[in-house]
Design a protein. Structure first.
Lengths: 388, 302, 83
């Protein structure tokens, strides 16, 4: 099969949709393999990366037998030294949960894109929704600490995909890009910078001269960021990985103290590297009396409402969360002390749980389900009500 | 005459050996994990032994390129006992993991040592697709006809009439013929041996690993604790003697297209009455294996 | 570790009582009935496999191949090489 070679970074300005941005971000980060199962509204990612990946000299993108196989193949390819990504939507994300737990436990860097759609079950395909916030953090069984980023523009689909790859490589943990159906299919302007302007990071590998016969794959004792260097298959390190509670060598050992120590490090690793995650974005909050907390497409609707409220003389502002998990606790707590908070989202109310918990007070909830975000008018009504 | 009736000869005992003697495969074992968790006399230990014998004697694959993956179950622990690159994957997901490694690094040779429940119950979908793609991997399926680790529930390989913890009056549904399933889905090398036939098994594993493409080796093993005990088949010695008695060596030519000839027969009360063993398929004009096909798939337009 | 050396063939049979679980497979499948159980228990409480009559051993490797626990093996390092 003859393929026209394409540049790795398509520098320039385009009028494209969010799924296109996700693919370009992944290619610019140096993705080597891609395994997924088609599911709308994420199928466009699979279609487009199948054209792009062979054309930049990578391996082909693969449609595999099911969602479970796709995440396990990603874990395998990541342990063999590749940057990998998989994309899915709500139902597929539920199927991947056990694999996400394994990726966390075995400290496997990878990116999982979840383009949210209406649920539960088959739900409302392929309408947009924001109902997977809680599933991302609490979906897999046992203790788990997630990292999830949410884009609100096509430009951010590109930027945050690169960011997600960098965080996952630096921390050796799965990172979830939590787009919604609306952002991923919406067309708007996107600017891709020069290749040298894009920061691409790679995982830590064992330093040269490491004793190969006595290497510990999970040894973070000398690492200030608690991230152990990762050896790959075929390099002679004889590494062993497991989803069981393991010693630093990877050999399973079922022991209470060891489990406490291991889970403590995995959680602390996510916690102490907070500076890597994007901070929330603030609009007009300095003098605001009412602040809307929203993400993704709903934040765009809220922005419109805030501009209208400002025209009417109501001091309203917007706090857009980019990193949803780990939840920006301090930022919400600080903001709640000086303003009233309204949570706007496209579910029956999920984001409001952590917001109310860290705001330490009741917050107003504006929601709309069924595939359409809450309208600016509805949000404006809520602002007016709160501002009284 | 049994050995215990004779007196013990201690004249040959070497009290202080001049050097430390160690097992032939000791440097391939992860010694901190030994002794194994297996019950005394378990066939999985023998299978691991045969695998180590195969990679030292009967195949030319360098040890650095071998990856041992296993799923969940008693045989799932196998990858942890072998001092090679390894991974202990999720239940049933050993094959997708190994496929990912093989696609990312074609020089690796994944060997999957896992059980019948893991590969043919929860993971059957993945096995079928790996065989269809002809991914370059060797699957060693330890078939003990029962779910051993969880305490003896009936597996998809439990024969009709056999008793287990969840079929106390006898199993009703029909079992899989694992080799049949693998060949039907496109495996290009297929063999079956019992744990009694150690050398043949080791040679078959070696041939399977040298073979380019999806190779499947079924090992009939004894779970005397959960299967043998409930069906009056005795301990590990009695079960292995039964394998010795009922095995029927078969060749590729004997079977031809009628793969039904390889069916295992079981009679209630008597145990296994017929276990055909041998190399059932060795496809010589085989299609290219998957990672080679990927490499050759695209060429750039100049 | 209990080491026995054949007086003429010079090979060793080593039984490792720390690994043995006393399943008896090597004892049963030894074609020359060389092996038997020990009188004393090992630290896990098993009656382990023990070489009873090394002189009968024919170096067939049956014990090593049958053993699931890597507890018995043949060592040929001191066997004089055939000319």
């Amino acid at each position: 099969m003859v393929v026209d070679r394409q540049p790795k970074v398509m520098t320039g300005t385009y009028f494209k949709n969010g799924n296109w941005g996700i693919v370009e971000g992944a290619i610019a980060s140096g993705i080597a393999e891609f395994f997924a199962y088609p599911i709308s509204p994420a199928s466009e990612v699979v279609e487009y990366i199948s054209i792009r990946l062979p054309a930049v000299g990578g391996k082909a993108a693969f449609i595999v037998e099911d969602e479970i196989a796709s995440i396990n193949m990603c874990i395998g390819a990541s342990w063999a030294g590749s940057k990998v990504m998989t994309t899915t939507s709500g139902p597929g994300f539920s199927l991947k949960q056990e694999g996400i737990g394994l990726a966390f436990m075995s400290e496997t860097p990878m990116v999982i894109v979840n383009v949210q759609r209406g649920g539960p079950a088959t739900g409302l395909p392929t309408f947009s929704a924001q109902g997977d916030y809680m599933q991302v953090q609490f979906g897999t069984h046992g203790d788990y600490s997630a990292i999830a980023l949410t884009p609100w523009t096509v430009q951010e689909c590109f930027d945050l995909t690169i960011k997600a790859f960098n965080i996952s490589e630096q921390l050796r943990t799965p990172v979830i890009l939590l787009a919604d159906g609306e952002v991923s299919r919406m067309m708007e302007e996107i600017t891709i910078p020069e290749e040298k302007e894009i920061e691409v990071l790679h995982r830590k590998t064992p330093p040269k001269g490491t004793d190969k016969s006595n290497f510990n794959q999970f040894d973070a004792r000398n690492e200030p960021d608690l991230v152990p260097p990762m050896a790959h298959y075929g390099d002679g390190y004889k590494i062993f990985g497991t989803g069981l509670t393991h010693k630093i060598s990877g050999v399973p050992h079922l022991d209470e103290d060891l489990h406490i120590k291991l889970m403590g490090r995995l959680f602390k690793k996510i916690e102490i590297n907070k500076h890597l995650y994007p901070e929330p974005e603030y609009h007009f909050v300095d003098d605001a009396e009412v602040v809307i907390v929203a993400t993704g497409i709903v934040a765009r609707s809220a922005m419109e409402a805030i501009l209208e409220a400002r025209e009417k003389g109501i001091k309203a502002g917007l706090m857009r969360l980019i990193t949803v998990w780990p939840f920006p606790e301090e930022a919400v707590e600080k903001l709640a002390q000086k303003a009233k908070l309204i949570v706007a989202e496209m579910s029956m109310g999920q984001l409001i749980w952590p917001v109310e918990r860290f705001a330490r007070k009741k917050c107003k909830l504006v929601t709309r389900i069924g595939g359409t975000p809450p309208t600016p008018k509805k949000i404006l009504e809520a602002i007016e009500e709160e501002a009284k | 005459m049994a050995a215990k009736d004779l007196e013990i000869d201690t004249s040959t005992l070497v009290k202080k050996p001049k050097k430390t003697l160690q097992h032939t495969h000791d440097n391939l074992l992860r010694k901190i994990a030994i002794p194994t968790i297996y019950c005394p006399g378990c066939g999985i230990g023998t299978t691991i032994n045969a695998f180590l014998e195969a990679i030292t004697k009967y195949t030319i694959v360098p040890h650095d390129n071998i990856l041992v993956v296993s799923g969940i179950g008693c045989s799932g622990r196998a990858s942890g006992y072998v001092n090679l690159d390894g991974f202990h994957a999720l239940h049933g997901r050993a094959i997708p993991f190994a496929s990912g490694v093989e696609i990312a690094r074609p020089k690796m040779k994944p060997v999957i040592i896992s059980g019948d429940g893991d590969l043919f119950s929860i993971g059957l979908g993945h096995l079928a697709h790996a065989a269809r793609r002809n991914i370059d991997m060797t699957v060693i399926c330890v078939n003990n006809a029962i779910y051993g680790l969880t305490g003896g529930q009936d597996a998809p390989t439990t024969p009709v009439g056999a008793k287990s913890r969840t079929t106390p009056y006898g199993k009703i549904s029909f079992p899989f013929n694992l080799s049949h399933v693998a060949i039907a889905n496109g495996a290009t090398f297929c063999a079956r041996y019992t744990v009694y036939e150690f050398i043949q098994l080791a040679k078959a594993i070696g041939r399977g690993m040298t073979h380019q493409g999806f190779s499947f080796i079924e090992v009939i093993s004894n779970c005397h604790v959960n299967f043998g005990r409930r069906n009056n088949l005795g301990d590990s010695i009695a079960m292995r003697k039964m394998f010795k008695k009922v095995r029927v060596p078969m060749k590729e030519e004997d079977i031809g297209l009628d793969i039904r000839k390889t069916d295992i027969k079981y009679e209630v009360g008597k145990g296994f009455t017929r276990i055909p063993t041998g190399i059932f398929l060795n496809e010589r004009d085989k299609p290219e294996e998957f990672s080679e096909r990927i490499i050759d798939a695209y060429e750039f337009n100049k | 570790m209990e080491v026995h050396q054949h007086p003429e063939k010079k090979h060793y049979i080593v039984t490792d009582e720390t690994r043995c679980k006393g399943c008896g497979l090597c004892i049963e499948f030894c074609p020359k009935n060389c092996l038997g159980f020990s009188d004393v228990l090992n630290e896990k409480g098993w009656r382990v496999s023990k070489m009873h009559r090394m002189k009968d051993c024919i170096k067939c490797y049956m014990c090593e191949r049958m053993c699931p626990d890597f507890a018995i093996f043949v060592d040929e390092s001191d066997v004089p090489k055939k000319k």
